[in-house]
Write a protein that binds this ligand. Sequence first.
Ligand SMILES: Cc1ncc(C[n+]2csc(CCOP(=O)(O)OP(=O)(O)O)c2C)c(N)n1
Length: 346
Amino acid sequence: MTPTRENGLDVYRRMRRIRTFEERVGELFVRQQTAGNMLHLSIAEEAAAVGVTYPMREGDSFTTHHRGHGIFLARGADPKRMMAEIAGKAPGYCRGKGGSMHIADRALGHLGANAIVGGGIPAVVGAGLSYKVLGKPNVSIAFFGDGAMQQGILYESMNLAALWRLPVLFVCVNNQWGMGTRIDRAAANTQFHERANAFGLIGRVVDGSDVFAVKEVAEALVQGAREGIPAYLSVECYRYYGHARMDKSPYRTPEEEAEGRKLDPIQRAITRLSESDGVTSAEFDAIDRAIAQEMDEAVEFAINAPPPPLTDLFRDVYDDRDPTPEPLRKRLERILAANLTAHGPE
Ligand SMILES: Cc1ncc(C[n+]2csc(CCOP(=O)(O)OP(=O)(O)O)c2C)c(N)n1
């Protein structure tokens, strides 16, 4: 379906917010004001985040990999709270203790970013199973990189989703590289959607430089998943920069990078919207300026926010309802003694 002008601009705005957020958070990292020493930017992957999440509704859930800022923003995250989380500050989504790679928020359906390649995938199978058992009309979507295509947990998850016909979608953001390894050095068959077919899932592949194409295929797959037809989608894109902020990707040739960087979904959306809907550069500028201001404010907020108090060190780490720790031997003796009292010696 051809998007309306208004819808097209909304899609553009969502992608631009992600791009600008990532640029600002990259600056925060260089200023050494982020927590931890790793930061993975999703620049040029905006179409995957925006296109796939577009048909998601309230109550749906998702997990992301370590490159997941954009996906959470597309699902409605507040950039201030995200920036604060990445800076390790108290008002962050996880009170500053999760950081860039472990953001989660139940209220917005974010079941967790995960630094373990493939680690977030099985959680969506659990969520999908709960929706099915409870009769809820929701879907759960796992976002992961092409590196996860070589992880066994993906295949256990795909198998159960297909077998139990769960409302689940698996989305591989295939940016062609897993750290310094290109996909064709990791897999003999890089047509990953064919693997999904083998499990009995619908498998699709889409050009990740065309946000409108991603949105269209996602709309069909998400609707299918809601009706109990799980699916898999490869969004083909290119990792614009190095693996993490400090990686200059010396393992790629400048020619390859120049080719890959032509696959910019934002540029492509601009071309399309100006050519087919007559959107002017003044209109784009106005949107970009408002977003730049929003993200500058998020940076200011994060920098000025307080860190979590020391008294919170173990908060959210151990369950308050846990019994006081007791040495194992003492615990066994207590259980055995109670058993003997109840049942008497054999
Ligand atoms: C199980 C596991 N193995 C290795 C790593 C180290 N590691 C972190 S990110 C990464 C590459 C992941 O590549 P991909 O899934 O394609 O995502 P991308 O970084 O390209 O977005 C690796 C190997 C890890 N975190 N977890």
